[in-house]
Ligand binder design. Structure first.
Ligand SMILES: Nc1ncnc2c1ncn2[C@@H]1O[C@H](COP(=O)(O)OP(=O)(O)OP(=O)(O)O)[C@@H](O)[C@H]1O
Ligand SMILES: [Mg+2]
Length: 459
């Protein structure tokens, strides 16, 4: 167990892609830190530099205070868990978990002790004699965890370990990972693109965008005080409602005006009249106004869509003012056409998250009450749309990062990063009888991840 320090870590690939840019972070002993951000933001690159699978272009990685930049992966004593966990199909669960220890020459008694202990932690005692194909997805994932646990490493490095599981299982295994990590107290870096996974798992969450750290803090802080527009839009589901607004003077106080609406600027936020801002409010901070309504804290809207979620109701409505057009948000909207449509000229699609049993129907007018103390303000003129009032944006502006990752399927991704001899042996299929052809169900990305994982066992 150890602290891990990333000291201005930078990765520039040979083709010029700046995948990680000055990442600076200290991870405490036993802490679980999550790296989260959209595809291509540099999460895997950062993790692989920590693991020693990728050269460090600039900066240092220190484990327990010692610089490990030039140490090979095996000397770093970290266990990596990938998305495709590459179990050996012809071995039973016990042998799968024991494999890495055998390769390292541990004696039988010690192997048994460690495998039994890991199986106990993971609830795998009953299935030790089974082959992987006779296990459920969640059990297979736990076997992969078992292989990491028995190594008793200084740190776990996990890269999207749950993405092969269905939604329900993902929630369950996620809780197990949290429990196991807490029980073992092993320093862990966990990579995911899923914000809900990040905030539920992480002691701290590190939001990355285009290789640049946007904010790192406890999940609650990211939620309550996002440092910029990107974090505001990325953390929370449904996402924060955002709109372009102008600050106006209203009898000695200030209000934010957008379209026909005005919301009071809360005390403690200093914004001059005439200033243009991005205004944000979370769907859960809007409710149905019961009867009388205070000026400056209501929205009179027409409900477009009513979504009954069981425990609550989502009311969709449109606000007659331009949505935030910041680059940060366009990037996210690009994912789904429905979302993209919401960013059309002149309108902003908003959501209010109200109590179940609310009677409002589609097409109805609704008077909504906004808790204006919880309004968020961002400065469109500052880099990345930094938060106004108090909070500072720690990092510099995001470096333009044009090259989007085309998935691991690019053979270039292997360039120089792997122990080639070990790979060649694996491809020939003569390591302990394991042939890649056993993994027929995998696509090229899967095969490459299998290779990476197997190589990790051999080094
Ligand atoms: N070997 C490589 N050569 C050149 N560019 C690379 C290489 N590997 C990754 N990249 C680029 O570096 C950037 C970061 O990639 P990385 O794999 O770290 O992203 P990620 O955050 O893990 O994404 P994902 O969520 O899709 O896994 C991307 O723009 C990607 O195209
Ligand atoms: Mg990745």
């Amino acid at each position: 167990m150890a602290t891990i320090e990333l000291d201005h870590l930078t990765k520039v690939y040979p083709d010029g892609t700046r995948a990680v840019d000055g990442l600076h972070l200290e991870i405490a002993d036993g802490e679980l830190v999550v790296f989260v951000g959209p595809s291509g933001c540099g999460k895997t690159s950062a993790l692989r530099m920590v693991a020693g699978l990728e050269d460090i272009t600039e900066g240092e990685v220190r484990v327990g205070g010692k610089v490990v930049n030039d140490l090979p992966p095996k000397a770093r004593d970290m266990a990596m868990i990938f998305q495709n966990y590459a179990l050996y199909p012809h071995m039973n669960v016990y042998d799968n978990i024991a494999f890495g220890l055998k390769m390292r020459g541990f004696d039988r008694a010690e192997i048994r002790r460690r495998v039994d202990k890991a199986a106990g932690i993971l609830g795998l005692e009953e299935v030790l004699a089974k082959r992987p194909r006779h296990l459920s997805g969640g059990q297979r994932q736990r076997v992969a965890m078992g292989r990491a646990i028995v190594r008793e490493p200084q740190a776990f490095l996990m890269d999207e370990p749950l993405s092969n599981l269905d939604a329900k299982l993902r929630v369950q295994v996620r809780a197990e990972i949290a429990r196991i990590q807490r029980d073992l107290g092993v320093t862990t870096i966990y990579v995911t693109h899923d914000q809900s996974e990040a905030v539920t798992l992480g002691d701290r969450v590190c939001v990355l965008r285009d290789g640049v750290l946007q904010q790192v803090d406890r999940p609650q802080v990211l939620y309550d005080r996002p440092a910029n527009l990107f974090v505001a839009g990325f953390i929370g589901s449904p996402a924060m409602n955002l709109v372009q607004a102008e600050i106006v003077e209203r009898g000695g106080t200030r209000a934010a005006r957008f379209g026909p609406h005005e919301l009071s600027v809360p005390e403690g936020v200093h914004l001059d009249a005439g200033r243009r801002v991005m205004l944000g409010i979370r769907p859960e901070d809007i409710r149905l106004a019961g009867g009388q309504a205070a000026a400056g804290s209501t929205l009179d809207v027409t409900v477009d869509i009513r979504e009954d979620m069981g425990a609550e109701v989502f009311l969709h409505f449109s606000v007659d003012a331009p949505a935030v057009t910041a680059e940060a948000l366009k990037e996210m909207a690009g994912e789904e056409a429905a979302e993209a449509a919401a960013y059309q000229h002149g309108h902003s699609a908003w959501i209010a998250r109200v109590a179940r049993g609310s009677e409002v129907r589609e097409g109805n007018r609704a008077l909504l009450a906004v808790d204006t103390r919880l309004l968020h303000f961002f400065d469109p003129a500052r880099s990345g749309g930094a938060r106004v009032a108090g909070e500072r944006l720690e990092s510099g502006s995001a470096a333009p990062n044009q090259i989007r990752r085309q998935a691991l399927s690019s053979v270039d991704a292997l360039d120089g990063a792997l122990p080639v001899a070990a790979l060649l042996e694996l491809v020939r299929g003569d390591v302990d009888g394991t042939a890649l052809s056993d993994h027929r169900d995998l696509d090229l990305t899967g095969v490459l991840e299998v290779l990476l994982d197997l190589a990790g066992d051999l080094v």
